[in-house]
Ligand binder design. Sequence first.
Ligand SMILES: [Zn+2]
Length: 398
Amino acid sequence: MLLDRFIRYIKIDTQSDEDSLSTPSSLKQYDLLNLLKQELGELGVKTTLDKYGRLYAKVEGNPAYSNIGLCSHVDTALECSGKDVKPQIIKNYDLSDIKLGSSGLVLSPKEFAKLNELKGKTIITTDGTTLLGGDDKAGVAIIMTILENYLKIDKTKRRGFSILFTPDEEIGRGPEHFDPKQYGCEFAYTIDGDDPKYIEIENFNAKAIEIEIKGKSIHPGSAKGVMINASLVLADFMNSLPKDMIPAKTEKREGFNHVVSIEGNVEVAKAHYILRNHDSSILDKQVNDFKNIKNELFKKYPGCEISLQITDQYKNMKEIIDKNPEVKNHIEKVYQRLGYQFEYNPIRGGTDGATFSFKGVPCPNLGTGSYNHHGRYEFAVLEEMEKMVEIGLEIFKL
Ligand SMILES: [Zn+2]
């Protein structure tokens, strides 16, 4: 049963570890990977768990058609513990405030509007002490349930099914060591979003910029006309950037420059920025803003050194999806056949699917029916997870 499966998976602590250099970043992710391997084996499905903690499985369908893949990640976010998750199951939800255990936290439809849509549904919440792990164990449980149902379909009436469970998505290392040959599908979908009505084929283009300013230090008592305070030059730099292009003032397809950290003294000052935009030509303009400000400040403060280190992080998968229209057409047809509405929703972040797409497996993202990820207010909706099982199964039917 989907619910039992989900509860079984979220009770396993699989938090990834940002500070680790090993792959997977934390060994406890194997606790779930090994269980999945065993459960796949019990269903008669052969698996490959590679030395980097990527679990692949393939099931044959009608050989006249290429395989389609589904993918979820087994790790949970860093912001909140995923150890000793004690879920609360609320059946026949009546739109009232939900107390999260004895933590004093309340999950309220006044604060989280989604809850207003969920009258009569079954909601799974935390007890207010951990995250839930619906991101992305809802996806994992959905894929395993799809597979159970898929195996009952006659081979000639289904497309081949490639499964991938990855570790370390939350620390941006999910697609490391990704092997498209091992995955063996023409295209795939990650099940790692929230609302089932959203199909996500766009993510940010992402760059990082490290600003480093070297000033000239001298005793402040005799500094007139000589001192260049690197920290003040950095403040000038930051104030010269577009004021409204920041995360707190942007939404939907609006990009931003986000200062992640700064440090500085008189001699040296540094700022770490991340730049995001769905449109790569606008992202290039954002980079040019940094270069232009650098040149201006260089003239304004003769003798100071300003350097910019620009790094490419990830790219918008839409570029690849647009070249492979079948990926979009296929999922649109699935929603239409089932009579479900859908919307295209641009992801304001990255996705493992973006890297898979650029490595040869175009890979949009679909919903999980779980919400408020990465924190203690996380919850999942059983009926929406079931809907994703229905949608996922339809993907393979001929
Ligand atoms: Zn996720």
